[in-house]
Ligand binder design. Structure first.
Ligand code: GLP
Length: 241
């Protein structure tokens, strides 16, 4: 695992945008896994700020987002799909049919998870996935616990995770969904390249444990130690000393 430290979040976001754009340039059919949360906001801003000449053409790229809440109304601003439209999809020439997203309002959620796994496999698997990290070490919505799910699944959110997503729901905890759908750990670990980004002092402990702690289901991000091509990009505040 490689750790790349940056002075601040902007420098990190710029470097990540350069890496993703270079990957698209090299492989126009890139299959890209994407995160939500506060951490990637500057990265998406960097991508939006690039002209089509500066950043490769997105017309053949396929994306798959990591996760989505269950049972959030289609128009609700807190939906991750709405976040992605605002932050990236409305601003690049990505074909709507190339956007992979979990439907948290699907009538049969188990079938929806199976559909998503198959869609990723049919696309040839993920070439590159960008991940954030929760303060409790979760990635996507793979929460700490006695076991982890390998594949895309339905999951209950832990209180700290619901609290950190509160801002998306008018800061009202009671509005934050109790459940979500998420890519599983094996889905994530099968990506050919993984980049985890972490900024701010609240992440320093999770980053330290993920880098050097034991590989444990109690810190899902620690499984990245097993990946042959994983990079952890951190700003100064999140950097373990
Ligand atoms: C959510 C998302 C994760 C994200 C995490 C951290 O729970 N499901 O994918 O990494 O929050 O969010 P933030 O970047 O806001 O700290």
């Amino acid at each position: 695992m490689i750790i790349q430290p940056y002075d601040d979040g902007i420098a990190l976001a710029r470097a990540l945008a350069v890496r993703v754009c270079a990957a698209i340039e090299e492989r126009p059919h890139l299959v890209l896994g994407l995160p939500t949360g506060r951490t990637p906001l500057q990265f998406y801003e960097q991508l939006r700020g690039r002209s089509r000449e500066q950043c490769a053409d997105w017309s053949r790229v396929r994306t798959f987002n990591l996760d989505e809440f269950v049972a959030v109304a289609p128009g609700a601003a807190g939906r991750y799909r709405a976040y992605m439209q605002r932050e990236l999809f409305d601003h690049v020439n990505l074909a709507p049919g190339h956007i992979g997203f979990l439907q948290g309002d699907a009538p049969d959620l188990d079938a929806e998870c199976a559909r998503y796994e198959q869609a990723i496999a049919d696309a040839g698997g993920l070439d590159l996935i960008v991940l954030g990290i929760g303060t409790n070490g979760h990635i996507g919505f793979n929460e700490p616990g006695p076991s982890l799910e390998a594949r895309t699944h339905r999951t209950r959110l832990l209180p700290p995770t619901r609290a950190s997503n509160r801002a998306l729901f008018d800061d009202r905890m009671e509005q934050v969904p109790a459940e979500a759908l998420s890519m599983g750990m094996a889905t994530i670990l099968h990506a050919r390249q993984v980049v985890l980004i972490a900024t701010g002092a609240t992440k320093v402990s999770a980053v330290a444990q993920l880098m050097t702690g034991p590989i444990t289901t109690e810190l899902p991000a620690s499984f990245l130690q097993l990946h042959p091509d994983a990079t952890v990009m951190v700003d100064a505040a999140a950097s373990p000393r």
